[in-house]
Design a protein around this ligand. Structure first.
Ligand code: CA
Length: 693
C-alpha cells in the first residue's frame, strides 16, 4: 500500500486541522480491551451494536418491568434537522456522540443534553440526488480519543473526541461514481472498517479497512468482480467471476453488493462478518443474462480482519432479482441447539427468512420465514439454497413479490436478549410489483434498476403493516408480536430489566415486557422514529436515549403508505428518558397552508406522460403518487409560484442548497412541463376533494 500522507496534509491544510492528536486517555479513550469487554461496562454504549456481537442487549436493570411506567423525558436535544435520523448514539464516560442528517456529528453531555461540540463535514448538497434513501447517517465509532465518521460523500474522518477537530480525512470512494456512506464505522484491531452504498444508482461494492491512527488504507475486499478485461484485485474474485455472465450490464453499472450497514466481529474466532447488498442493476436478466449466482451479492462474508482474506461465505439470495440485501444486522450469539452449544450468527435479511448460521463454518443450521414470503417456497436444508417459486422471474408482465425491496426487515436493528433467548425484530409486510424495463439503458448517475419504476402510481396504506416480532431462534417460531398499522418502525433494544424498547413510525416510544410483549409504557414523540434506542448510566442513574426523526427509503418513496405514519412536523431530536423525568418535548406547530385551487391540464396524454416521468425520476424521493410521506414537502401542496419556476428547480438546480438535485442531464423543458401537468392533476384531486362537502 502507498502511504497517502501528502494528500492528507493538503486536506488538513485546507481544513486547518491538526495532523496528530496523541491519544493519552481522556475523552472517549476506548481501546481494544474495552471494545472486547464492552458487555462488562453496560453504563456505556461503546460501539454501534452495543458490543462486537451487535446484540443490542443491555445488562442494566435499574429501569425494569416493575418501574418503567415512571419513565419520563429527562431532556431533549434539538438537532435542527427535518429529515431522517438513523443514528445509534455512542455513549462513553458521560458523553454522547451521535449524528444527524448530512453526516453532521454532535457531542452532547449525557447528563444534561448540553452541546459540547458539533462537526459539519460540509457535504455538497448535490449528494441529495446521489443517495437512494435519504441523507441519513447511522452513527460514529470511538477509539483512543477519536471519533470516526463515514461522510455521505464517501469521506472517512477521524475527529478529536474532545473538540471535534478533524485529525485526518480520507476519500474512500471514486467520487465520480454515485457512492455514498450512511453506515456507522466499526473499529476492529486498530482498523476502521467502512463500506458504502449506491447499488440503486450503479456502483461496485466493497469494504475497506483503514489504519485508525493514520487513515492509511490497509486492505479492501471487493464483493463483486470488476471489468472482465482487467486482472482480479484479489483471489476471491476469480471464484466470484465464474458466477456472472460477462455479457451482462453488471460491470459497467457496477454490479452492486455494497456493504452499507452490517458488520460484526468475533475476537475469539478472529472473524469479521460482513453483510453485502443487492445486485446493480436489480434485474438479474439485465445484470447477468446467462444467469449465475452472482457472488458475492446478498451474502454474509467472514473475513480475516488483519488482511481482508475470505474465510467463508454464505449467499442468502443467489441470483438476486429483487433488491434482497443481506445488509440487515448480523448478531452473534451462543445458543444451545439440539443439546449442543453452538456459536451462531443470527440474520433476518430483506428476503424474509430468519437464518441461524454456524459462525465458525458458515453452514446454516436453520432458515425459516419470519414474515410472508412469496419469492421462495423454502430454504432447502440439503443445499441451504432457496427453492424458488415458479413464475416470479419477472419479465414482460407485472409480478407481485413478497417481501418488497423495503424488506421483511430492513436496517432497523434487531436485538437478541440472552435472558429470554428471543430476538426482537422490527418486521414488516410490504408487497411490491416488478416488471422488466424493456427500454432500460445505463444512465450514469441516475437510478439504474433495469426494472420498470412506473408499474405502480399509488402505494395505498391498506396493503402494508409492521410489527415488533419476538422470535425464538432455536425453535424458529414466533413467540409474540406487537402489531402496528404501518411498517418502518424503529430499531430494538432489550435489557436485563425484562424490557424491549422500540420507537414507532407513528410517533411513539414504547417499552414492552420482553417475555410476553405486554406494553408497559408508551410516550408520544413529535415524529416517526426509525433509529434504535440505547441505554447508559451517568452517576449511577440509568437513561434511555433514542434519535427521533422520520426518514429513509420507505418514508420518502412509499407515498400514501408512508403518509399514514401521520408525520406533519419532522423536527429532529435526541430524546433521553429516566425514571421520574419530567421535561416536556418542545412542540413546533406544523404550518397548515391554505391550498389555492389551480387549473389542471386537460390533456390526458400529457398527464400520463408526466405520471410516467414523475415515477421514473421523482417518486423515489417525492413519493409514489406525489404523496409526501412526511419528510420532504408535498409537491401537490406547493405554493402556486413553484409551478411557474419548475424548470429552474428541476433543470437548473434552483433549490440545490435544500438537497434538490438538478436533472438536466436527463430531462428537458418538455419533460418538466409534463411533470407539472401531472402534479397539477394530483393537486386538483386534493382541492376537488376539499371542495366536496
Ligand atoms: Ca438496495
Amino acid at each position: 500500500m502507498h502511504r497517502t500522507l501528502l494528500p492528507l496534509l493538503l486536506t488538513c491544510a485546507l481544513l486547518s486541522c491538526s495532523v496528530s492528536t496523541p491519544p493519552g486517555g481522556g475523552a472517549a479513550f476506548v481501546d481494544d480491551a474495552r471494545l472486547r469487554a464492552a458487555r462488562a461496562e453496560p453504563g456505556n454504549w461503546l460501539t454501534y451494536g452495543g458490543d462486537y456481537g451487535e446484540q443490542r442487549f443491555s445488562r442494566l436493570d435499574q429501569i425494569n418491568e416493575h418501574n418503567v411506567a415512571q419513565l419520563g423525558l429527562a431532556w431533549a436535544f434539538e438537532t435542527g434537522t427535518k429529515r431522517g435520523l438513523e443514528a445509534t448514539p455512542i455513549v462513553v464516560d458521560g458523553v454522547i456522540y451521535t449524528t444527524g442528517t448530512w453526516s453532521v456529528v454532535y457531542a452532547v453531555d449525557a447528563r444534561s443534553g448540553e452541546l459540547l461540540w458539533r462537526h459539519d463535514p460540509q457535504v455538497e448538497r448535490r449528494y441529495g440526488g446521489l443517495v437512494c434513501c435519504d441523507v441519513v447517517n447511522r452513527g460514529v465509532a470511538v477509539y483512543k480519543g477519536r471519533v470516526y465518521l463515514g461522510v455521505l460523500d464517501g469521506r472517512l474522518q477521524a475527529l478529536d473526541a474532545k473538540t471535534g477537530a478533524v485529525v485526518w480525512s480520507v476519500v474512500t470512494v471514486d467520487q465520480e461514481r454515485p457512492y455514498s456512506i450512511t453506515m456507522a464505522p466499526r473499529i476492529v484491531k486498530g482498523k476502521v472498517i467502512i463500506g458504502n452504498g449506491g447499488a440503486e444508482l450503479g456502483v461496485r461494492g466493497y469494504v475497506s479497512a483503514y489504519d485508525a491512527a493514520t487513515g492509511e488504507l490497509v486492505w479492501r475486499f471487493y464483493t463483486v468482480p470488476g471489468d472482465p478485461a482487467k486482472p482480479y484485485e484479489h483471489k476471491e474474485l476469480e471464484t466470484a467471476a465464474g458466477t456472472w455472465d460477462p455479457s451482462g450490464a453488471f460491470w459497467k453499472v457496477g454490479g452492486g453488493g455494497t456493504v452499507w450497514n452490517a458488520l460484526a466481529f468475533d475476537p475469539e474466532l478472529d472473524l469479521l462478518y460482513v453483510g453485502t447488498g443487492n445486485g446493480s442493476p436489480w434485474s438479474w436478466r439485465v445484470r447477468s443474462p446467462g444467469g449465475g449466482d452472482n457472488l458475492y451479492l446478498c451474502s454474509i462474508l467472514a473475513l480475516r480482519p488483519d488482511t481482508g482474506e475470505l474465510v467463508w461465505h454464505y449467499q442468502t439470495t443467489p441470483g438476486d432479482n429483487w433488491d434482497y440485501t443481506s445488509t440487515q444486522d448480523i448478531v452473534l450469539a451462543d445458543l444451545t441447539i439440539a443439546g449442543q452449544p453452538r456459536k451462531v450468527l443470527l440474520h433476518a435479511p430483506k428476503n424474509g427468512f430468519f437464518y441461524v448460521i454456524d459462525r465458525i463454518t458458515g453452514v446454516p443450521i436453520s432458515a425459516e420465514p419470519f414474515v410472508e414470503v412469496s419469492w421462495a417456497k423454502r430454504i432447502d436444508p440439503s443445499t441451504w439454497r432457496p427453492e424458488l417459486t415458479p413464475g416470479l422471474d419477472y419479465q414482460n408482465t407485472i409480478v407481485e413479490i413478497k417481501p418488497s425491496p423495503h424488506g421483511g426487515h430492513n436496517w432497523h436493528s434487531m436485538s437478541f436478549n440472552p435472558q429470554t433467548g428471543l430476538v426482537y425484530i422490527p418486521a414488516q409486510e410490504v408487497p411490491y410489483f416488478f416488471r422488466l424495463d424493456p427500454a432500460w439503458r445505463y444512465l450514469p448517475g441516475a437510478w439504474n434498476l433495469g426494472y420498470d419504476f412506473t408499474v405502480a402510481d399509488e402505494f395505498p396504506r391498506e396493503v402494508v403493516s409492521g410489527h415488533l416480532l419476538a422470535w425464538d431462534p432455536v425453535a424458529q417460531k414466533e413467540v409474540w408480536r406487537a402489531q402496528y398499522t404501518g411498517p418502518w418502525n424503529g430499531g430494538a433494544l432489550s435489557t436485563a430489566g425484562n424490557l424491549v424498547f422500540q420507537g414507532t413510525a407513528h410517533g411513539s416510544f414504547v417499552a414492552y415486557r420482553a417475555t410476553d410483549g405486554k406494553a408497559l409504557w408508551e410516550t408520544p414523540v413529535s415524529t416517526g422514529i426509525v433509529a434504535a434506542p440505547v441505554t447508559y448510566t451517568v452517576d449511577g442513574e440509568q437513561y434511555v436515549a433514542v434519535m427521533a426523526g422520520w426518514g429513509g427509503a420507505f418514508a420518502l418513496a412509499a407515498g400514501d403508505a408512508a403518509a399514514a405514519a401521520g408525520v406533519t412536523n419532522n423536527e429532529g431530536h435526541l430524546l433521553v428518558y429516566k425514571l421520574g423525568g419530567d421535561a416536556t418535548l418542545p412542540v413546533h406547530e406544523a404550518q397548515q397552508r391554505e391550498l389555492d385551487a389551480l387549473p389542471a391540464d386537460a390533456d390526458a396524454a400529457q398527464v400520463t406522460l408526466g405520471n410516467r416521468l414523475f415515477h421514473r425520476w421523482c417518486g423515489t424521493c417525492h413519493g409514489t403518487g406525489a404523496v409526501s410521506g412526511g419528510v420532504l414537502p408535498d409537491l401537490r401542496r406547493s405554493q402556486p409560484g413553484i409551478f411557474d419556476i419548475l424548470d429552474d428547480i428541476v433543470l437548473e438546480g434552483a433549490l440545490l442548497q435544500n438537497g434538490m438535485p438538478r436533472f438536466d442531464d436527463w430531462l428537458d423543458s418538455k419533460d418538466v412541463a409534463a411533470i407539472r401537468s401531472y402534479l397539477l392533476q394530483r393537486r386538483r384531486a386534493l382541492t376537488d376533494k376539499a371542495a366536496t362537502p
